[in-house]
Design a binder for this molecule. Structure first.
Ligand code: ADP
Ligand code: MG
Length: 403
C-alpha cells in the first residue's frame, strides 16, 4: 500500500486530497445538522469547560442567547455545580477523559437567572458530558447533552404525595372500622364507674357507707379510668402521622396493643383467638405501631372472611428460627378468591363493597414488612388462609449482620 502511495503522481495525490476534504466537509455538515437541529439541548465546551457553541434546542428550551453564554459560561464556575459537589466529577472528564452524567437540581431563582426562563418549581437537569480527544489522547473539548427531568421529577413527587395520602387514608379507614368496638371498650368501664359512683352516693345519703367496700370500689374505678386513658392514648398515637421509629420490642407487647383495638371486634363476631407465641421470644427491632397496623389489617380481613363461617377461629403462632421470627396468622374463613391469590398484595385489589375496604390493606402490610427487611407470603388452606411473616430478630433494617 505504502509502495503504491510512493508512486502516486501529484495529480493523483491532489484528487485524493480533494476527496478527503469533501468527506471532511460532509462529516462536518452532518455533525452540524445533528448538533444544531437535534431535539436535545446540547453545547460544546473548550478543554477548560468554557462554552464555545450551543445548539438550537438549548436556545429554544432554555431561552439562552449566544452572547449570554459563549465564552462566558464555564461549568466549573457554575455556583450550583460547585454547591452540589460535582467539581471532582468534571475533573474526571477533562483530566481522565471519562464521560460522566450529573443530575443537577436548580431552585427556580437559580434556574431562571441562568436561563431567562420563568419557572416556579425546582428544575432537575441531567447533563451528560463526553470528552473529545485529539490523536495524542488529550481532551480538547467536551460535548454536554442536557435532559430536562423536571416533568418526570414533578410526576414522581406527585406520586409520592399521593402514596403518602393513600397510606394515611388506609390507616384512618382501618381505625374507622374499629371505632364501634373501641367506643364499646370505653363505654364498658365508664358504665362501671358510673354505677360505683351512684351506688356510693346512695350509701352516703343513707349514711350506710362501708369504708372497706368503698376503698375496693375506688381502686377498681381507678383501674378502669387507667384502661380508658390507655385506649385513648393508643388511639391518638395510632392516628398520628409518624415517621419510622424503630425500637426493640417483644411480639407479645405488639399483639396486646393490637387487641386493645380489635379485641371487641373479635368478641362481637364470636371469633375464638388461639394465641401460641413461643415463650421468651427474642425482641424484634421494629416500629411497633407499624407492626400493629399490619396485625390490625390481617385481623380485619380475617373477620370479614369469617363472616359466613360457623366455628370462627383465628390462630396466631410465632417461633424464632436462627435469626428470624416466623409469625403465622391463620383463619378458617372462606380463603382468598383463587383468581386474586397472585395479586392480593397489589393495591386496589378488593372484593369488598364501597365503604368496607379500598383494597389497600395488604399492599400497605407488604410495604411495612419490606421496610422491616422482612417478607410476607400467603398460603391458601383447605379451609381458610395463612399469612406467614418473617422478620429479622433484633437487627436494624438494611444493616448487614454483625460478623
Ligand atoms: N384472610 C383473608 N381471607 C380471605 N380473603 C382475604 C383475606 N385477606 C385478604 N383477602 C382478600 O384480599 C382482598 C384485599 O385485601 P386488602 O388489601 O386488605 O383490601 P380490602 O380489605 O380493603 O379489600 C380482600 O378484599 C379479600 O378479597
Ligand atoms: Mg383489608
Amino acid at each position: 500500500m505504502s509502495e503504491t502511495r510512493h508512486h502516486e503522481s501529484d495529480s493523483q495525490l491532489s484528487v485524493r486530497l480533494c476527496a478527503t476534504e469533501k468527506d471532511l466537509e460532509e462529516t462536518r455538515a452532518l455533525f452540524s445538522a445533528i448538533f444544531d437541529f437535534g431535539p436535545f439541548p446540547m453545547w460544546i465546551s473548550d478543554h477548560k469547560g468554557t462554552c464555545l457553541r450551543i445548539n438550537e434546542a438549548l436556545r429554544r428550551t432554555w431561552g439562552v442567547e449566544d452572547q449570554d453564554v459563549i465564552g462566558k459560561y464555564n461549568m466549573f464556575d457554575d455556583p450550583v455545580v460547585k454547591e452540589q459537589g460535582f467539581s471532582p466529577l468534571l475533573n474526571r472528564v477533562f483530566d481522565d477523559g471519562e464521560s460522566v452524567t450529573l443530575r443537577i437540581e436548580y431552585d427556580p431563582v437559580q434556574f431562571n437567572q441562568l436561563t431567562g426562563a420563568h419557572r416556579e418549581v425546582k428544575s432537575v437537569i441531567e447533563a451528560t458530558i463526553s470528552p473529545q480527544k485529539n490523536s495524542l489522547g488529550e481532551v480538547i473539548s467536551a460535548i454536554v447533552l442536557h435532559k430536562d427531568l423536571t416533568p418526570h421529577q414533578l410526576m414522581e413527587e406527585a406520586k409520592e404525595k399521593a402514596i403518602t395520602l393513600m397510606k394515611q387514608a388506609q390507616k384512618r379507614e382501618a381505625v374507622g372500622l374499629l371505632v364501634a368496638g373501641v367506643a364499646h371498650e370505653i363505654n364498658q368501664p365508664l358504665t362501671y364507674i358510673r354505677a360505683v359512683l351512684e351506688c356510693n352516693l346512695h350509701d352516703l345519703t343513707q349514711q350506710e357507707i362501708d369504708l372497706r367496700v368503698l376503698g375496693e370500689e375506688c381502686r377498681e374505678a381507678v383501674k378502669q379510668v387507667d384502661r380508658i386513658s390507655c385506649i385513648i392514648r393508643h388511639l391518638r398515637l395510632f392516628g398520628r402521622v409518624e415517621t419510622l421509629s424503630f425500637r426493640e420490642v417483644v411480639l407479645d407487647e405488639i399483639l396486646d396493643s393490637t387487641l386493645i383495638l380489635v379485641g371487641h371486634l373479635l368478641q362481637a363476631n364470636h371469633i375464638t383467638l388461639k394465641r401460641d407465641l413461643q415463650e421468651n421470644l427474642p425482641c424484634i427491632l421494629c416500629d411497633p405501631l407499624r407492626l400493629e397496623q399490619v396485625l390490625i389489617n390481617l385481623f380485619q380481613n380475617a373477620v370479614s372472611a369469617l363472616d359466613t363461617v360457623e366455628d370462627k377461629q383465628i390462630a396466631i403462632t410465632a417461633v424464632a428460627r436462627d435469626d428470624l421470627l416466623i409469625l403465622c396468622f391463620n383463619d378458617n374463613g372462606t380463603g382468598v378468591r383463587p383468581d386474586l391469590q397472585g395479586r392480593i398484595f397489589d393495591p386496589f385489589v378488593t372484593t369488598k363493597k364501597v365503604g368496607q375496604g379500598m383494597g389497600l390493606g395488604l399492599s400497605i402490610v407488604y410495604g411495612i414488612i419490606k421496610e422491616h427487611d422482612g417478607d410476607i407470603q400467603y398460603y391458601a388452606e383447605k379451609q381458610g388462609s395463612t399469612f406467614v411473616i418473617t422478620l429479622p430478630l433484633k437487627r436494624a433494617p438494611n444493616t448487614p449482620p454483625e460478623s
